[in-house]
Design a binder for this molecule. Structure first.
Ligand SMILES: Cc1cc2nc3c(=O)[nH]c(=O)nc-3n(C[C@H](O)[C@H](O)[C@H](O)COP(=O)(O)OP(=O)(O)OC[C@H]3O[C@@H](n4cnc5c(N)ncnc54)[C@H](O)[C@@H]3O)c2cc1C
Length: 459
């Protein structure tokens, strides 16, 4: 793992970035402001949602808000992800129920459902052009054993009366193959989800935010250090190659890259490099109809996810089986400027292999890219006040699943920043709160997973 996992200077372009937004290299002012009331570090989905909600909360006393982005706007995970806005209504919440109790699990499942609704409302009410579509998610299991285990957990939550879980229906055997259209499906869950073009959504949010004179966006302006302590007036000094900024309040929205600035996040938010792709059919052929979004679960740890796009192309991410054994390819690896040595051919013939009706589609891989997720050592996002750092806040560790969490997490956190609302009143699930105990914990489920699967493999 890189000792200081800063973003590399130039990530390879994803499909989403092929229509570059006009804010990619935006700087609201030629010079960096020397001070700001609030500084948000990172301009991905978290940074964009934070600035949106901070502006919504502001009264007549408008605080200055500076957003510092190391590279282009939305060039991190948000600009290279799968575009899947899928609430987890039975899986993560089920294991959380085992470890932390039913109430905590229900909070997460309901929060994710509320997020999908809130994003949908925001897109429609603000006129964001980001190919937002509500659809049905179909999660397919290829292993009978895995399907039975998930079904048992799903039924437990469902029978406990959890409304969010009851939104999903389960299908088994031939029904699963018919309902999913996936060859060899042994079981499937089906429930509502959305998909969208994340990069366009983030551009839209910043376009709206920049109409406010108290917002300043500075791209290509990495923070390279944060002072150890606030000065006598309580302000933090942020160092950039373009000069220093003094900030009354700082929100660290750097996700995978957080440990580069805050050493306490080393092995707490872990950079995890992964692969994503776009599959297309030849121009003279219409692609077979695919209306659902999918997760294809080959076993307990090997899965892919995909969304159909309105232009007939398919975005597919995952390919875990090709790289998971090779720890140095992904664990702590922030190099999204190139493909991994392994896995680049994984998506070739993918639709033909897995989907009925696609055998003669001629579908081929149009683009493959890498992206860096921020995995939390205990699998749960980290949101709230940073222990031991007054007036500094964290929002990250979304563990490859930020799309159905970030919008409302930012709403809650913005209230903590604006008017010191206690975490318990923000609507964010209690287990997402950053705490000293979480930061001190030695848990690292990613390394546990790896050593359990590949005991002989070394870094
Ligand atoms: C390939 C891939 C596929 C994914 N698919 C999905 C999916 O389908 N559904 C889903 O829910 N989630 C998915 N995710 C996860 C999802 O993209 C993330 O949870 C989400 O985008 C996190 O948003 P963020 O704003 O917190 O982080 P990011 O989008 O990574 O933004 C952080 C920003 O901080 C900037 N930054 C970092 N360090 C500094 C610094 N020192 N100074 C200034 N700026 C800095 C970075 O350049 C970056 O722009 C996927 C992720 C990847 C990589």
């Amino acid at each position: 793992m890189a000792s200081k996992p800063f973003p590399v200077p130039k990530g390879m372009p994803s499909f989403w970035q092929t229509a570059p937004g006009h804010l990619d290299n935006h700087r609201s002012s030629a010079a960096l402001p020397v001070e700001s009331d609030i500084v948000i570090i990172g301009a991905g989905y978290s940074g964009a949602s934070l600035v949106t909600h901070l502006l919504d909360n502001q009264g007549s006393q408008k605080k200055t808000i500076l957003v510092l982005e190391a590279r282009q706007l939305c060039s991190g995970a948000t600009g290279r992800n799968g575009g899947h806005l899928k609430p987890d209504v039975y899986n993560l919440c089920s294991s959380v129920s085992d470890t932390h109790g039913l109430e905590a699990a229900v909070e997460i499942a309901e929060f994710e459902l509320q997020n999908v609704e809130a994003v949908k409302d925001y897109v429609h009410s603000s006129g964001a052009q980001c190919d937002f579509v509500m659809t049905q998610a179909v999660d397919v299991q290829f292993s009978e054993r895995h399907d039975a285990a998930l079904k048992a957990r799903y039924e437990k939550l469902s029978m406990a009366g959890i409304k969010a879980t009851q939104q999903a229906a389960h299908f088994h055997g031939r029904d699963a193959e018919i309902i999913s259209g996936v060859k060899g499906a042994k079981g499937a869950f089906k429930y509502s989800a959305g998909h969208l073009w994340p990069y366009k959504l983030i551009h839209h949010m910043f376009e709206q935010a920049l109409k406010h004179s108290n917002v300043n966006l500075q791209t290509n302006s990495p923070v390279i250090a944060i002072s150890q302590h606030p000065d006598s007036s309580g302000r933090w000094r942020l160092t950039t190659p373009r000069g220093d900024v003094l900030a009354q309040q700082v929100i660290v929205a750097t996700n995978a890259y957080t440990a580069a600035l805050l050493p306490e996040y080393q092995d707490k938010i872990i950079p995890y490099r992964t692969l994503c792709s776009r599959i297309v059919t030849p121009e003279d052929k219409l692609p077979p109809l695919l209306v659902n979004s999918y997760a294809l679960r080959f076993n307990e740890w090997d899965y892919d996810y995909l969304i159909p796009r309105v232009d007939g192309s398919i975005i597919v991410g995952g390919a875990r089986r090709t790289y998971l054994e090779h720890l140095q390819q992904w664990y702590g690896n922030v190099d999204d400027s190139k493909l991994m040595d392994v896995g680049r051919d994984y998506f070739d013939g993918y639709m033909q292999r897995n989907f009925r009706g696609w055998e003669n589609s001629g579908a081929y891989t149009d683009k493959v890219w890498t992206g860096v997720m921020g995995y939390s050592a205990d699998r749960l996002p980290r949101i709230g006040k940073i222990p031991g750092r007054q007036n500094m806040f964290i929002m990250g560790g979304f563990t490859g699943h930020g799309m159905p969490q970030i919008f409302l997490a930012a709403k809650g956190l913005s209230r903590m920043v604006s008017d010191d609302t206690p975490f318990s009143n923000t609507g964010i699930p209690r287990l997402f709160e950053e705490t000293e105990a979480r930061l001190q914990s030695k848990q690292n489920w990613l390394l546990d997973l790896h050593s359990g699967l590949f005991p002989a493999s070394k870094l």
